[in-house]
Design a protein around this ligand. Structure first.
Ligand code: ADP
Ligand code: ZN
Length: 598
């Protein structure tokens, strides 16, 4: 019986069906065609070259820039009974030579190599003598000179096509924009490739963006719904990383820090623990994350605003690769925006880059301020139309809006009448009619605007002011010590030509909390299920014995399903997604024994 992609998926990988475009991609490459695959993180890119590698004669050469990842990927393939190996600088000479021999003598189905090694004369000679089934170029956006992940060696990969014109190539990336796509096609000489663009939606991720009031307490509140789960907390500075990690540890979480200022050994150890142990919270700067393909990250929290929608999408995308419910939570405030604007203005880059920096930040602020579905706004940024998702904070708990036109006019007038020279504190004092020393000194009690805002409390005015800055009606002039100035966008509001709808300040947090917590999804797993916990303990032990990450043995989703179905026979167990023939053989009896004990 000849193998089809679907049979391999069932038997080897233990999954019942392909996702999205996987099958079409696999068919294209298996038939010898080139492909460019754009799929979000967690979409299932690896299978798109692993199954053709199994179906075609020879060995697939997988180019990946992420050395740390290769080892775990190869371990996972070996668990499935697939002859796979990697070649990178972490191997000693003898081990590398053994891999080269296995490759040359046709004993491998997949070989992972770092790009710099692939291009060496030694490896090129090896390629000439071997039978290569396909080239897979992972993280293909590394070829883009404008992206953050540019790797000069990737430019050399176009040579593969010249030397091995008959070997199909598949390039894969999770970078969505059209410019990068065009650059990949051109630079890798993939003119004839079929392009497969998947939806960039990650439906299992719930997006929540809250106003920063007491970030530490807010974070602890959020984490309370994720006890025992693995997740990442991003902070903008090293100092904040350290402090937050310490605070979480004090609150009983297994929290580790990760940032560029730590020594390499500690960093590597923390990363390893995050990957291998269950339920570690990594508190990190954005130095952490590239190449982390841990499937069961249940949440990503941001304590500071990222720099762009791309960054937000990439960072939050590290949650829920396994498709199970996950949460992306962010706390942000006006101060974030002010700090970032100053950072952009004071950077060394030229005016064009500064303009781009501000525009990118504006887009993210727009997303954070959105009074309609977050997901719709997020996907729209990547050019994808969608309908309200029902799985973000706005959909689940729509904000209350009020007509703030008059309030906006009062505030803008006060900024104008006081000469556009003062910061928020003084402007609000004038609005409220407070006779402060500064008010006296500048004679502001005589202005027509003095006290016109006395009907509303201070905190409402702060909220109005913040929203006007966010929407670009007011700007903060750093050069003038934070003075507020009107922008052109303020004019139609002052003239009464435009209404301003504002978000009400969160009044009843208790109602908000209960709505979000009671709706189904992340954070409400029945982790207390003793069978699930017992399975997890068994997996931990098995993974430790083998020295591989726990998820390489079996995924959480598979353990949950086992706990729910309580299979009594190998046949019943084999029905559960995530258990292929090899794993059934290796672990079936053990798992049934754990089930029978409970
Ligand atoms: P990517 O590289 O696109 O981020 P992966 O290839 O690592 O994603 O796949 C993400 C997760 O989805 C993995 O745990 C993988 O086993 C799982 N997966 C991939 N394809 C399928 C499928 N057809 N059915 C079930 N799970 C799948
Ligand atoms: Zn939504």
């Amino acid at each position: 019986m000849s193998d089809t992609p679907l049979r391999l998926l069932n038997r080897v990988f233990g999954y019942p069906a392909f996702r999205g475009e996987q099958e079409a991609i696999i068919d294209t490459v298996t038939a010898g065609g080139d492909a460019l695959v754009l799929m979000p993180t967690g979409g299932g890119k690896s299978l798109c070259y692993q199954i053709p590698a199994l179906l075609r004669e020879g060995c697939a050469v997988v180019v990946s820039p992420l050395i740390a990842l290769m080892q775990d990927q190869v371990a996972a393939l070996k668990e499935l009974g697939i002859a796979a190996a990697f070649l990178n600088s972490s191997l000693d000479g003898a081990a590398a030579m053994q891999v080269e021999r296995d490759f040359a003598e046709g004993r491998l189905k997949l070989l992972y190599v770092a790009p710099e090694r692939l291009l060496t004369p030694r490896f090129q000679a090896l390629l000439d003598g071997a039978r290569v089934s396909l080239f897979a170029i992972d993280e293909a956006h590394c070829v883009s000179q404008w992206g953050h992940d540019f790797r000069p060696e990737y430019l050399g990969l176009s040579a593969l096509h010249e030397r091995f014109p008959a070997v199909p190539r598949i390039a894969l990336t999770a970078t969505a924009d059209a410019a990068t796509r065009a650059e990949i096609l051109a630079r890798l000489d993939l003119g004839d490739a079929r392009v497969f663009v998947s939806s960039f939606d990650r439906p299992n991720i719930r997006y929540r963006i809250v106003e920063k009031t007491d970030p530490r307490a807010q974070l602890l509140g959020f984490l309370a719904g994720h006890r025992g789960e693995a997740g990442i907390v991003y902070c903008s500075t090293r100092k904040k990383v350290e402090e937050t990690a310490a605070a979480l540890a004090a609150a009983g979480y297994t929290a580790l820090a990760y940032h560029g200022g730590m020594d390499n050994a500690t960093r590597a150890r923390h990363q390893q623990r995050f990957l291998r142990d269950d339920g570690v919270v990594m508190v990190a700067t954005i130095a952490f994350g590239m190449g982390i393909d841990k499937p069961d990250v249940r949440f990503v929290a941001h304590l500071d605003l990222p720099r762009s929608v791309e960054g937000y999408y990439q960072e939050t995308g590290r949650a829920g690769r396994d498709g199970a419910p996950a949460e992306a939570w962010m706390a942000w405030g006006l101060q974030d925006v002010v700090t970032q604007r100053r950072f952009i203005d004071e950077s060394e880059s030229d005016d064009a880059h500064k303009r781009i920096g501000h525009a990118k930040l504006d887009a993210l602020v727009g997303l954070a301020e959105a009074a309609s579905c977050r997901r719709v706004a997020l996907l729209a940024y990547f050019g994808e139309a969608s309908a309200p998702c029902g799985n973000c904070d706005v959909c689940l708990d729509p904000p209350t809006l009020w007509d703030g036109t008059e309030a906006a006019q009062k505030l803008l007038s006060t900024v104008y009448r006081t000469g556009q020279r003062f910061g928020a504190g003084h402007v609000i004092d004038v609005l409220l009619g407070k006779r402060t020393e500064k008010v006296g000194k500048f004679g502001h009690a005589d202005l027509s605007v003095f006290g016109i805002g006395a009907g509303q409390p201070d905190k409402v005015w702060r909220a109005v002011l913040r929203q006007l800055v966010m929407r670009g009606l007011l700007e903060v002039d750093h050069a003038a010590y934070g003075a507020l100035k009107l922008t052109a966008a303020a004019r139609p509001v002052l003239k009464g030509e435009e209404t301003v709808m504002l978000r009400a300040i969160a009044a009843a947090p208790s109602r908000r909390k209960s709505r979000l917590a009671s709706s189904s999804g992340a954070g409400v797993h029945d982790d207390e299920d003793p069978l699930f916990l017992a399975l997890r303990a068994w997996r931990r032990e098995t993974a430790n014995e083998k020295g591989v990450p726990a998820y390489v043995i079996l995924h959480d989703a598979t353990l949950r399903e086992i706990a729910a179905r309580r299979p009594a026979t190998l046949a019943e167990l084999g029905e559960i997604p995530g258990l292929g023939t090899k794993k059934l053989e290796a672990y079936g009896e053990d798992v049934l024994a754990v089930v029978a004990e409970r």
